[in-house]
Design a protein around this ligand. Structure first.
Ligand SMILES: NC(=O)c1ccc[n+]([C@@H]2O[C@H](COP(=O)([O-])OP(=O)(O)OC[C@H]3O[C@@H](n4cnc5c(N)ncnc54)[C@H](O)[C@@H]3O)[C@@H](O)[C@H]2O)c1
Ligand SMILES: N[C@@H](CCO)C(=O)O
Ligand code: NA
Length: 436
């Protein structure tokens, strides 16, 4: 049988890794796919730049439109990232009858609904395993392996850059900026690293996970998103004293009145496996009603781990090329006409426990004022620690863990606490999940 012809867009970290893996494992891949997979043409911005892969025997062009319209190309692999021209190229590729493989979570999270509609209209596949948690086959697991379950909730460490930064801060007391620079040099960070640090990349991935877990449309704009730039090494250390680790989590939960969708730094008990996922590693915890809790772990970023998912998608597409489009696994796991409009809850409606850090004047009665306000709002305190004031300062740090409370109530209590003259500055809050 004639080889399947790949047209690749972008030869950066993931593009280079993909060429390497396709070439190195060519024999195994052919045995699995049933057909030889040939990289026919690659669009790269600069043809003379030194690359991490050998491009011998591959036609190179600087024009990505040449790739998506090439009649000889069967599958377009989009690895340039960003919204445009990536979106236009993907739509053109589908119009030209190509299947598409992409690692672009921003593109899928923001425009996936439209892209999948076009793919269905054209009877083509769009595969995006590399878009979430790099090398971990989490899309495959949720769409296929767990499809007998009603998913109750999922929680994931889905940004390798942030996990790498938080790990280095905790283990080595390193400076945030230095670690970020290292993550960029290692090819983990997005081209704009604020996407990593401010939680936007994790929100893109959570958008995708929630859609395939619950059968809801992609709704990136409804994700509550907080990054790690406000997490200090003090918070990391206090959390540790109390038996917790701070991780940037993406959480999607089916609650009584709707779905919670949130990305934020989170205290999690250190005894949980997921609390011990360090460095650039990712992990996604999925709780299904039948299977119970399941944990998926692996490298969330980097050239070859991500290429592992890109190549698996290519093989998946090759294996199903001749299948009837009606019988393929739906893009969002649920049949398009069965996607539900269950609402996404506002953050004030969610219930969780909290870590609070406040700065209080060092004199009697202050703690009593704070605890009275919490009690007035029916907020129970689980633990409280008081630290010595830092050298020469009149205020001392007070750290509290609350029991579960609705965020709206906590906001009211915090406003009252901040208005106390004995409290200096804003009350710092980090959500806490036991993940039990
Ligand atoms: N790096 C990772 O670990 C990782 C993991 C998962 C997903 N992703 C996603 O994979 C995609 C690629 O990421 P990357 O890290 O490889 O980025 P990168 O910046 O290393 O590579 C992108 C490449 O595309 C090229 N490019 C950009 N516009 C182009 C155009 N119009 N024509 C031709 N070439 C063009 C750039 O010159 C660059 O070489 C992104 O969507 C990213 O979010 C990356
Ligand atoms: N910048 C992303 C790449 C993988 O999607 C991360 O750090 O996780
Ligand atoms: Na993946």
């Amino acid at each position: 049988m004639k080889p399947v012809n790949i047209g690749l867009l972008g030869l950066g970290t993931v593009g280079g890794g993909t060429v390497k893996v396709l070439k190195r494992n060519a024999d195994e891949i052919t045995r699995r796919a049933g057909r030889e997979i040939h990289i026919g043409v690659v669009a790269a911005r600069d043809l003379n730049r030194s690359r991490i892969c050998d491009t011998a025997g591959i036609r190179l062009t600087t024009d990505p439109y040449e790739v998506v319209t090439d009649p000889g190309v069967d599958i377009v692999v989009e690895l340039i990232g960003g919204l445009e021209p990536a979106k236009d190229l993907v739509m053109r590729a589908l119009d030209a009858g190509k299947h598409v493989v992409t690692a672009n979570k921003m593109l899928i999270a923001l425009h996936g609904n439209e892209i999948f509609a076009k793919a269905s209209e054209k009877g083509r596949m769009v595969a995006f395993e590399a878009a979430v948690a790099g090398g971990i086959p989490i899309i495959k697991a949720l769409r296929e392996g767990l499809s007998g379950n009603k998913v109750e909730w999922l929680a994931g460490i889905i940004n390798g850059t942030c996990n790498f930064i938080l790990t280095e801060m905790r283990e080595k007391g390193r400076d945030f900026r230095d670690v970020l620079k290292e993550a960029q040099a290692l090819g983990y960070a997005e081209s704009d690293p604020t996407f990593d640090v401010e939680g936007i990349d994790a929100a893109h991935k959570l958008t995708i996970l929630a859609s395939i877990a619950f059968g809801i449309p992609l709704q990136f704009d409804r994700v509550w998103t907080e990054g790690i730039s406000s997490v200090t090494s003090l918070d990391v250390a206090y959390a540790e004293t109390l038996g917790y680790r701070i991780k940037l989590l993406g959480i999607a939960r089916r609650a009584e009145k709707g779905i919670e969708l949130r990305v934020h730094p989170t205290l999690i008990p250190e005894r949980r496996l997921i609390a011990n996922v360090n460095g650039v590693m990712n992990a996604v915890l999925v709780k299904g009603d039948a299977v119970g809790p399941t944990l998926f772990y692996g490298a969330g970023a980097g050239a070859e781990p991500t290429a592992s998912s890109v190549v698996a998608d290519i093989i998946d597409v090759v294996r199903t090329l001749t299948s009837d489009p009606e019988n393929r696994v739906p893009h969002l796991a649920f049949q398009p006409e069965a996607i539900s409009d269950i609402p996404i809850l506002p953050i004030e409606d969610i219930e969780t426990a909290y870590y609070l850090r406040l700065s209080a004047e060092d004199r009697p009665g202050v703690l009593a004022d704070v605890t009275r306000i919490l009690a007035d709002h029916n907020i129970s305190i689980e633990a409280i620690i008081q630290k010595e004031p830092p050298n020469g300062e009149s205020h001392l740090p007070v750290i509290m863990l609350t029991q579960k409370v609705q965020e709206r109530k906590l906001n009211d209590a915090i406003r009252e606490i901040e208005a106390l003259p004995v409290i200096g500055g804003p009350v710092k809050r980090i959500r806490l999940e036991t993940l039990g």
